[in-house]
Design a protein around this ligand. Structure first.
Ligand code: ZN
Length: 100
């Protein structure tokens, strides 16, 4: 099959941060410029890494872990996690294809 490979398409995805602010719904700390990781979504509230740690034992004591609907993935910051949870607001993806 040599010589019959399809021509490659090069896809470039450029992400632009449109400056969406991210605040903890509990302590209201601004995480817009933070690279801290952790946190979770409890009901519809975004718990920052600090509030998540402080609240987790209480949540477990009350048996309310089922209300934690999403955890921040280990490879994402709290900010990225919350923006993703809110539906990707603030990140503009520019996809361009270059055919060779
Ligand atoms: Zn907080």
């Amino acid at each position: 099959m040599k010589g019959q490979m399809k021509k490659k398409k090069h896809t470039h995805i450029t992400e632009i941060n449109a400056g969406t602010s991210v605040n903890c719904d509990i302590c209201n700390r601004d995480y817009t410029d933070s690279d801290e990781k952790g946190g979770f979504i409890f009901s519809t509230y975004a718990y920052c890494p600090v509030c998540a740690m402080e609240s987790l034992n209480r949540i477990r004591d009350y048996g309310e872990e089922k209300f934690i609907t999403d955890w921040c993935p280990k490879d994402k910051t709290f900010r990225e996690f919350v923006i993703g949870y809110r539906g990707g607001d603030g990140i503009i993806k520019i996809i361009s294809e270059h055919k060779q």
